[in-house]
Write a protein that binds this ligand. Sequence first.
Ligand code: GDP
Ligand code: IMO
Ligand code: MG
Length: 429
Amino acid sequence: MAKYNVRVITGAQWGDEGKGKVTHFMAKKADAVARFAGGCNAGHTIIFDGRKYKLHHLPSGIFMENCINILGNGMVIDPIILDGEITSLEQSGFSAKNLKISDRAHIIMPYHRCIDSKQETNRQGSKLGTTGRGIGPVYTDKASRTGIRAADLLDPVLLKEKIEFHLREKSALLSESGLTADSILEQILPIAAKLKPGITDTSLILHNLMKEGKNILLEGAQGALLDIDFGTYPYVTSSSAISGGAPSGTGLPPWSISTIVGIVKAYTTRIGTGPFPTELADDTGKRLLETGAEYGTTTGRPRRCGWLDLPLLAFASRINGLTDIALTKLDVLTGINPLKIAVKYKIDGIETDNFPADSRMVDKCEPVYAQLEGWQEDISGCKSKSELPENARKYIEFIEKNLEIPVSLISVGADHDQTIIVHPEKILF
Ligand code: GDP
Ligand code: IMO
Ligand code: MG
């Protein structure tokens, strides 16, 4: 029995694995849910009681009345978008009264969004396909040690000086933007005043909750293959999306974490540019796109779809230290026969089961597939693993055997209730 009840939820592929759904499910008895990386490039979908919610900054515990929801120091926050999210949450009858924002989190300013789009235009043939939310530019300022942090929002004089510095420094990229320090302050200051009561040292809140043995979920954004260090660089985001980003992005000690749940979509998707060994350009790819409704939660772009990729997942498991898998969207595979799972790659004719560091090598990976029998039955109403068709169970067991990690949760539909818990002690507090 672990001494502390801190669990990490992290995407094991290229994002959009269903982190929002699973976090919301696991948060039933959580005392706190903290996001630790990324910003409003994330789009986490939650469906319950017949309604759909899309979260970008807000942690997926925001619907739980007494749960503290934290935007951790590893995040980057766009106050204008956050303000809109809070308003729409309130319009849906929920409250952000328990929302806390790390005073160390960096702030996305309108100029970061302009620069993101300008940089993409300048990349011409080698665009990254970013979400356009200013993520790269804001993390650049953080690393350059000139960033504006949430605490700075509370000091209008200092804030103005910092904004003027950035507009001067970045003027070459902002010439057509029409942005001035005054126009930015006019937008930001009223929002800063609203957010002020929640801006605090969230690492202290989390530390105290941890010591009291409270239930804490650390919710990742993006996925292992979008991680700044381990992803398919340069086709990655700019933050530490893996489990190691959870302690550094919240201030909780690494040893407080007992469980690391990797969210794995039953097939693979990717949005934006970059290598994708198991991508399908055929009718099966189209079928996954349509049946899985694979359109970006943040940008609406269609997601690229392909077969499940075990070398990729073994790599994701290794760098994350996954203890459990939550397998999502299994229902989308219903009716596809046969099903394929990549078990190795061939690079220039040589077999490997290692995921290469160099994106040019990933591009060269030709998957070697295992073929499994599909199933025809509708599984979206199944409530236990034993109710699943035998071939669906075999699909799950194939993953478990190859990765040597238990599948502790199976998701068979987008709704909260379409969830099978296999190992309750790992999933429910
Ligand atoms: P996240 O970014 O990891 O939170 O994932 P997204 O919300 O961006 O994308 C996952 C999509 O799949 C959303 O539209 C969810 O509503 C949906 N979804 C989640 N789990 C399941 C599932 O088991 N089956 C189906 N059909 N849809 C699911
Ligand atoms: P969630 O949390 C899927 C992708 C973008 C682009 C690359 C860099 O919903 O899983 P950025 O705007 O971060 O500079 O874009 O990363 N990307 C995501 N793809 N899900 C996400 O978040 C993503 N966040 C960023 O499409 O390829
Ligand atoms: Mg998403």
